[in-house]
Design a binder for this molecule. Structure first.
Ligand code: SAM
Ligand code: SF4
Ligand code: SF4
Length: 334
């Protein structure tokens, strides 16, 4: 089994299929930076579906069992259902997921399901419309996303909702979100605000930790812990005691989980990164377009993983958060 320097296997691959987005979330793609003049990748610099499929097959040979499509906004990528259809046919790949802001999900849910997708994670940071619109900065209402979630469920997709919590931005939405999704029987996961990229002005004071979130929640609901489904499961899971619905926490900042991190990332332009906070990536697009055979490409990926020592979140300090050169989330893939 392929393992990195810290004994971690390569099991999950996140693929960013596009660096563009129809939102301008203030903590991810703030308008001041991702404005009208921002130059996104031209189409010919994005990996084609053939290229993604070929790489996915190679990664599965190396041990990848799960692939998540993300972005930017993955549903903005034209014909993304075709890609899902191709990926679902890869032997040995056990699971495909997709993370979306939900705007286009309602319209595309049935086609995604028909292409073989089973699960979607929808990002929604507030239930209150004013709060949500001030975060997405694109005039999209909560109703639009909530309707999409219903349509996705009607199409047979299993939906989980992810909420990034940032102090002063949406911490007053923690309980309304829990109440709504508990009622709907949908798993909600709170994500600690991270210092990804260079544009979101992150500092420790803006992080609402799992401990704080848990305190808020247990003032309103009774929760019991749920055992992890597998080693290295990222979310810490709990169940409301009066029903089967779960709530989870992704504690990337306050209780980092680098020691079990089996995730790699393929950015929209084909660069391969071994950590969300990496500064450099391996240019697989260039290798693919140099007409190398599969063996030669594997010979580049294998040593990259074998040499991996990343454990950024375990080592995070104010200093690294501020000064390290990091890649934007919308490009590397959340
Ligand atoms: N556009 C899609 C979406 O929003 O679901 C997919 C890409 S987005 C980068 C993936 C996830 O990353 C979203 O749930 C988003 O809230 C989360 N995210 C973005 N910036 C983050 C940050 N600084 N800290 C924690 N999560 C972040
Ligand atoms: Fe777009 Fe997702 Fe980033 Fe929001 S979090 S700007 S929806 S990529
Ligand atoms: Fe994995 Fe890097 Fe995140 Fe640690 S900081 S959990 S190594 S992606």
């Amino acid at each position: 089994m392929l393992q990195d320097k810290l004994g971690r296997p390569l099991q999950d691959l996140r693929i960013s299929v596009i660096d563009r987005c129809n939102f301008r979330c203030t903590y991810c793609m703030p308008k001041e930076i991702f404005g009208k003049d921002f130059s996104f990748l031209p189409k010919d610099q994005l990996l084609s579906f053939e290229e993604i499929e070929r790489l996915a097959k190679l990664f599965v040979q190396l041990g990848v069992k799960k692939i998540r499509l993300t972005g930017g906004e993955p549903l903005l990528r034209k014909d993304v259902t075709t890609l899902i259809d191709r990926l679902t046919n890869i032997e040995g790949l056990e699971d495909i997921g997709l993370t979306t802001n939900g705007v286009l999900l309602g319209k595309k849910a049935q086609a995604l399901k028909d292409a073989g997708l089973h699960r979607v994670n929808v990002s929604l940071d507030a239930l209150d419309d004013d709060v949500f619109q001030s975060i997405n900065d694109s005039g999209v209402s909560t109703k639009k996303v909530l309707d999409s979630i219903e349509q996705a469920q009607q199409a047979g997709l299993v939906v989980k909702v992810n909420m990034v919590v940032k102090k002063g931005m949406n911490d007053d939405q923690v309980i309304p979100m829990a109440t709504y999704f508990k009622e709907k029987g949908i798993t909600l996961r709170y994500i600690e605000f991270m210092d990804v990229g260079q544009s979101n002005g992150w500092n420790f004071d803006q992080v609402v930790t799992k401990k704080e979130l848990f305190e808020q929640l247990t003032n309103h609901f009774e929760l019991e812990p749920v055992d992890p489904a597998y080693i290295g499961e990222v979310a810490q899971r709990y169940r409301y005691i009066d029903m089967d619905t779960e709530v989870g926490f992704i504690t990337s900042v306050s209780e980092s989980f680098c020691s079990t991190c089996t995730r790699a990332r393929l950015a929209a332009d084909g660069r391969f990164y071994t950590c969300l906070f990496a500064s450099e990536g391996l240019d697989l697009r260039n290798l693919l377009r140099s007409n190398l055979d599969d063996q030669a490409i594997l010979e580049s990926i294998v040593p990259t993983w074998k040499n991996r020592k990343d454990r950024y979140s375990d080592e995070r300090t104010e200093e690294t958060a501020k000064n390290r050169k990091k890649i934007e989330m919308s490009y590397i893939g959340g």
